[in-house]
Design a protein around this ligand. Structure first.
Ligand SMILES: [Zn+2]
Length: 169
């Protein structure tokens, strides 16, 4: 049997997922209409503070794959608030309270064969916290456990909001 005979030209899948692709495309159009995919923070109501800057971006990498990046970066500049009259130790202590953890997280979201009747499969590709690499497998397990559902009413943006708000709280 020729392999090309079983591969659908539209969705590039051996097991044709064109019916799902229609639903996925409609949902994708909805997402891109309601928020800026470069940064969903405004849509989610996540505001930057004097010390932290947030970015949540979503890129559709393939018909059935999304890439999600969640960033929390410190924009705090210790040079501008260093208190000369205090010893360095005290300044460091103050700084430790002012500065929160930074992190950058990259996540792959795969839409399964029967999407939206099964939950998307989240895989944390990399998780760097305060410049140090964290265990991506542990975070993948945590995310999958948190987001396990099988309701077609759950849209990608709600899932991302649920996960992100857990990270930032
Ligand atoms: Zn197909």
């Amino acid at each position: 049997m020729n392999e090309n005979e079983t591969l659908c030209k539209n969705c590039n899948c051996i097991e044709c997922r064109c019916k799902n692709l229609g639903i996925i495309n409609r949902r994708h159009d909805y997402l891109t209409n309601v928020f800026d995919t470069n940064n969903m923070c405004n849509y989610f109501g996540i505001m930057d503070t004097d010390y932290s800057k947030y970015t949540v971006s979503l890129v559709r990498a393939d018909h059935f794959i999304y890439r999600l990046t969640i960033k929390k970066l410190n924009v705090y500049n210790p040079l501008t608030t260093y208190i000369r009259e205090l010893p360095r130790d005290m300044n460091n202590l103050i700084y430790s309270y002012l500065s929160d953890a930074n992190f950058i997280m990259k996540i792959n979201i795969l839409l399964p064969n029967i999407y939206p009747f099964a939950s998307p499969v989240w895989t944390v590709l990399s998780y760097v916290k305060n410049g140090k690499s964290q265990n991506a497998l542990d975070e993948t397990r945590r995310a999958r456990c948190l987001l396990m559902h099988s309701s077609p009413a759950m849209t990608l943006d709600k899932e991302i909001l649920y996960y992100t708000s857990g990270l930032l709280s």
